[in-house]
Ligand binder design. Structure first.
Ligand code: F6P
Length: 325
């Protein structure tokens, strides 16, 4: 391997820049050339390639977003798009590609590897929904952002003795909801993986909690369930308690990465380059039992992962009303 290309793909995540910096500097330190590809696979297909040197990645370790920009690229799902992307790699002499992103981005890396471009994936998404790994870049920062926002919502929720529904990101997964729900001490945490649409249970919970003297009721709703505004209206009608919904949205994707995100991103970034130098391709870097490992992309994409049942149980059983039963 002589020239490495790096791209960030899909939804951005805090810590992606730390991964770009680490991969770039690791590669330069090993005598390789480094190219940055702008706007993910879209930029690869459209030949938007820049040179990266050690200076180009200075002072980005603490920056949110991604200096390489990111995109969701439907063209990369077509053979034609994949061939164009491989052609851009060849034109620039890129014989090792590092892709930071989620499952969809790994699928693109897999196709490029099949077309003869060495490719390694790095898990980067706030959602934590990549089955092969215990950690994905951006999760910790996003959870902290959501937790701080919930703490603020609680202040006003208490003053007005309201029910507050706070909707958090995570696509179809409930990892962000579960973690920020536990970390912020929410009364209810609604998870797509566990949601049974029995709203009456939630309504009963609110009424009982209020009777036992709690002045607010925070419900964390995962975006995979959604409909928070309508839910607030129904809850207000059923309980007679003023209810409001707050959708946190894209603020959860921004901000300076936490130390944890910078650390994991740095190790993932360096490890991806190390794997390419070992002659490996079509692999994804991951964390298993606290160790940094790598998997074949096909194997990684076929894995399944579940929420921790213990954490799900705690989210429920530490709520005020449950304990006073
Ligand atoms: O995958 C990260 C994520 O922020 C999800 O939590 C969310 O469902 C999605 O991306 C939103 O995507 P977009 O920014 O393209 O609307």
């Amino acid at each position: 391997v002589k020239t490495i290309g790096i791209l960030t793909s899909g939804g951005d995540a805090p810590g992606m820049n730390a991964a770009v910096r680490a991969a770039t500097r690791r590669a330069i330190g090993k005598g390789l050339q480094v190219k940055g590809i702008l706007k993910g696979y879209e930029g690869l297909i459209n030949d938007e390639v820049i040179d990266l040197d050690a200076k180009a990645v200075s002072d980005i370790i603490g920056l949110g977003g991604t200096i390489l920009y990111s995109a969701r690229c439907s063209e990369m799902r077509t053979l034609e798009g994949q061939k164009k992307a491989a052609e851009t790699c060849r034109r620039h002499g890129i014989d090792g590609l590092v892709v930071v992103g989620g499952d969809g981005s790994f699928a693109g890396a897999q196709k490029l590897a099949d077309l003869g471009i060495n490719a390694i994936g790095i898990p980067g998404t706030i959602d934590l929904d990549i089955a092969c790994t215990e950690y994905t870049i951006g999760f910790d920062t996003a959870v902290n952002t959501a937790m701080e926002a919930i703490d603020k919502v609680r202040d006003t929720s208490t003053s007005h003795e309201r029910v507050s529904i706070v909707e958090v990101m995570g696509r179809n997964a409930g990892y962000i909801a579960l973690w920020c729900g536990i970390a912020a001490g929410a009364e209810d945490v609604l998870l797509p993986e566990k949601y049974d649409y029995d709203e009456q249970q939630i309504i009963n919970h609110i009424i009982e909690t209020r009777k036992k003297g709690k002045s607010h009721h925070i419900i964390i709703n995962a975006e995979g369930i959604g409909h928070s505004q309508a839910m607030a209206k129904r809850i207000e009608a059923a309980t007679g308690i003023e209810s409001r919904a707050t959708i946190l949205g894209h603020m959860q994707r921004g901000g300076s990465p936490t130390a944890m995100d910078r650390m994991y991103a740095t190790i993932f970034g360096a490890k991806a380059v190390d794997l390419l130098l070992e002659g490996k391709t079509k692999r994804v870097v991951a964390v298993k039992d606290g160790e940094f490992v790598d998997y074949d992309i096909n194997e990684a994409l076929a894995m399944k992962k579940n929420l921790s049942e213990y954490e799900v149980e705690l989210a429920k059983t530490l709520s005020y009303n449950y304990v006073l039963k």
